[in-house]
Ligand binder design. Structure first.
Ligand code: SF4
Ligand code: SF4
Ligand code: SF4
Length: 360
């Protein structure tokens, strides 16, 4: 298992409208809960991690959440130090950005963290889903924290969850990416069985948004935004022009569960952080399980998924770009392990669109 997506805490200081996580506390209480839970389990978490990495020399550890920066920086520092005394590890963090301080910046520098910030675009309006408990928008705080990271020369990427608030704002978004010189992932918010779906774009709305943004970028003779700055554009173009190009993200892999796993502070393991607390994807507690038992559960789940997907996708022209897409997306929308991602039709149409655009 080379990548552990670590559920650093279930707590969060934001209340994003489309969030499928269930968080209820005030920030101060959340900080105490998150820090105490992590600190009290620190030795166990180290042992869990060592066990999960037992079959690999490439180790990637992603602090995820809830919001991972609710855990005190000293506790995170201690954990990283202990882990690095055992073997080399590449650390990453995915954060909402609002809680970044000098202490966390020192932590990022010391352990060479790859930093991912969540921000939904160029303005308070586009970021309207990412709010605090009292309804305040997090936009200005996150922009200030991004400026702090830049000042401290810490590289970071921005994940944008594209939703109805982005409709007709493609140019503004493009200018924002160019002006701030940021690297982005743009992803649609997908419908979920449990969350608020009112901001989810329809497939046709997302296609229009994506193509409009692509056109702006494609027709920008100055190339104010480099190809690599919007990861989805880079991957799409490479998949069209390069033979046998393989996208390296988990979403385009036929065996994501064999490489990625979700671990929490109590040793609970799920196939994916996005499927946390979902029974069909729960492997058990790593503290009472040996690695062979875990591998057999993972193989079983992957075989179940792949058998059904092969039947549904066997005729698809873009099968090896997609392999049925993200299981979590499909499950959160349809409630079935063997269902195709809601991205299916979008993926096919975008490939055709990019072929015409890039190869003409
Ligand atoms: S920051 Fe992440 S975990 Fe927190 S409410 Fe927003 S989407 Fe959910
Ligand atoms: S379920 Fe989706 S997000 Fe999770 S590891 Fe698989 S492809 Fe990645
Ligand atoms: S694009 Fe659709 S049909 Fe093709 S592999 Fe992906 S999910 Fe399957």
């Amino acid at each position: 298992m080379h990548t552990i997506v670590f559920r650093t805490t279930n707590e969060c200081n934001l209340r994003c409208k489309y969030c499928y996580d269930n968080v209820n506390h005030d920030e101060k209480i959340s900080k105490n809960i998150a820090t105490d839970n992590f600190a009290n389990n620190l030795d166990y978490i180290v042992n869990d991690t060592i066990k999960l990495y037992s079959d690999t020399n490439y180790r990637k550890f992603i602090f995820h959440g809830g919001e991972p920066l609710l855990v005190d920086s000293k506790v995170l520092n201690e954990f990283c130090e202990i882990l690095l005394s055992k073997f080399p590890v590449e650390f990453s963090i995915q954060t909402n950005g609002t809680l970044i301080t000098k202490d966390y910046i020192d932590l990022f520098k010391k352990f060479k963290f790859k930093v991912g910030i969540s921000l939904d675009g160029a303005s308070e309006e586009q970021n309207g889903a990412r709010i605090y408990k009292d309804g305040r928008n997090s936009f200005n705080t996150v922009i200030n924290k991004m400026n702090l990271l830049k000042k401290e020369q810490i590289k970071f990427g921005v994940i944008m969850s594209i939703n109805k608030l982005h409709i007709n704002h493609e140019q503004e978004l493009y200018d924002f990416i160019a002006l701030n010189d940021i690297n982005t992932n743009i992803r649609p918010v997908f419908p979920s069985l449990t969350g608020d779906n009112s901001l989810v774009m329809t497939a046709s709305e997302y296609l229009t948004f994506f193509k409009n943004l692509f056109e702006i970028w494609y027709n920008d003779t100055e190339k104010r935004v480099k190809t690599y700055q919007i990861l989805e554009f880079a991957n799409l173009v490479k998949s069209v022009v390069l033979d046998n190009y393989k996208n390296r993200c988990c979403e385009c892999s036929p065996n994501c569960f064999m490489n990625f796993i979700s671990l929490d502070v109590n040793g609970e393991i799920y196939a994916c952080n996005r499927l946390y607390n979902v029974n069909d994807f729960y492997y058990g507690n790593i503290r009472g399980m040996n690695i062979e038992e875990l591998e057999s559960k993972i193989n079983h789940l992957m075989e179940l998924r792949n058998r059904q997907i092969r039947e549904k996708c066997s005729d698809c022209q873009v099968y090896t770009d997609c392999y049925g897409g993200c299981i979590a997306e499909a499950y959160s929308q349809f409630g079935l392990i063997g269902e195709r991602s809601g991205f299916c039709e979008i993926r096919k149409e975008l490939k055709e669109y990019a072929k015409k655009k890039v190869l003409m």
